[in-house]
Design a binder for this molecule. Sequence first.
Ligand SMILES: NC(=O)C1=CN([C@@H]2O[C@H](COP(=O)(O)OP(=O)(O)OC[C@H]3O[C@@H](n4cnc5c(N)ncnc54)[C@H](OP(=O)(O)O)[C@@H]3O)[C@@H](O)[C@H]2O)[C@@H](O)CC1
Ligand SMILES: Nc1ncnc2c1ncn2[C@@H]1O[C@H](COP(=O)(O)OP(=O)(O)O)[C@@H](O)[C@H]1O
Ligand SMILES: [K+]
Length: 441
Amino acid sequence: MREAEQAAALAGTPLDRLMDRAGHALARLAFRMAAGRPVHILAGPGNNGGDGYVAAHYLAAMGATVTVSGHAAPVTDLARQAAARWGRGTDSLDRAPVATAVLVDCLFGTGLNRPLDQYLSGALSRHAASAARIIAADVPSGLATDSGADLGCPIHADVTLAFGALKPAHLLFPGASRMGRVMLDDLGLTITSHQTTAVMPFLPEPGFASHKYARGLVAVVAGKMAGAAELAARAALRSGAGYVRLIGSALPPSPPLAIVRQGWRDGAAILDDRIGAILVGCGLGQGEDAHARLDAARATGKPLVVDADALGLLGETRFDQPAILTPHAGEFARMGGAVVPDKISATVQLADRYNAVLVHKGPDTVIATPDGRVAIASPGNSWLSTAGTGDVLAGIAAAMLARGLPAFEAAQAAVMLQQRAAERSEKGFVADDLVKGSLWP
Ligand SMILES: NC(=O)C1=CN([C@@H]2O[C@H](COP(=O)(O)OP(=O)(O)OC[C@H]3O[C@@H](n4cnc5c(N)ncnc54)[C@H](OP(=O)(O)O)[C@@H]3O)[C@@H](O)[C@H]2O)[C@@H](O)CC1
Ligand SMILES: Nc1ncnc2c1ncn2[C@@H]1O[C@H](COP(=O)(O)OP(=O)(O)O)[C@@H](O)[C@H]1O
Ligand SMILES: [K+]
């Protein structure tokens, strides 16, 4: 939101105009949701509270029954002006809550800078308990905007109306679980940021000049637990790679027979110049063989996807070639990722350290580049929390690299395609189900 403020200043939109738009949008939403029944607004001391006073003013003008409880007197000029514009009485937060149709939480927004104390969280939860529906202005009070960390937020909103732009808390857990439905009012601002939600890049379909190598030859290096590499190879093939070689798998051939199986042959099998990307790590194991296979894959200089077991073997590696690393939270911690409640900065730090695109998986997947670009895919389909879905993701990422996408775009495509496959599958799916049919969007 600091960026929004800056953007607003640069665009010359006065902040009072923005607060007016925010308050008006809140009022329209609360009016519709209350449908003639009373609305109660909790107003904090800063500009989030200011939005609440503006909303109260507009709600009254629309003929709604509206009351306000304030926590402390407004401290910003804008909030003071807004309270004066409301002009009617403001109760204390201590007032016994009365049954309302809609509670509008305008206690704290982006300016929250410490945990809610017991008094505030108690008052907020009491008011919330006597409301049929809760609207959070910008973010539910008690969540850290930039990380989604829970600083004592006692409520689950039904609707969160974000102002200007989505912030990390709208996407990252645990914050994301408190939002209810997230709506965005851009307040008329055009905000550009190096942090975005993940998008599906354009993937051209094969044309007359296509052939299997042009569409991308993927080499999947297998290891100790061959099933994981099998899954990844299928995912690569199903997401549009022209050709997939599964190298060093101990399992007998099984469909799809289009996957070509080769022995490891001391690494000679991955030296084919036509290989567009190599995936190493799925079921690799951690023994000497595993080290040798990882080193051989790196030495080719080809674009790489490094997953699972191989992530634990990287040590001080900095990649020279395009590389995508795909740790889940446990692997991330073992790789030396910071254990801070800010998934975005921790992921950017690790991307920088390895000079690779990091895909930090979970219900909120954060994709980061060494130069600090970030794409967030959230919320993920929680049925993906089953063994082998990470192998599927890694296989798709390798296919995207092999077709020539830059690593950041390839990583986003992989997360989006894995997500779509999950959405298309029946609840209770397993990883094998995701790769039975085409993964193409
Ligand atoms: N930027 C824009 O373009 C627009 C922004 N807009 C709106 O402004 C919001 C941001 O406003 P904001 O910066 O005034 O901060 P806000 O969230 O109201 O809180 C700050 C106050 O809370 C206090 N405080 C903090 N933590 C506390 C705690 N745990 N317990 C108790 N007190 C605590 C802190 O006091 P202090 O730290 O000094 O004690 C300070 O007084 C944003 O979310 C959006 O709704 C819209 O109007 C549209 C345009
Ligand atoms: N609760 C969840 N909600 C949404 N997606 C999840 C959840 N848990 C895991 N996932 C996704 O499922 C995949 C699991 O990958 P991973 O943990 O590496 O599993 P495996 O190693 O068994 O393949 C990742 O893409 C991750 O983002
Ligand atoms: K709020």
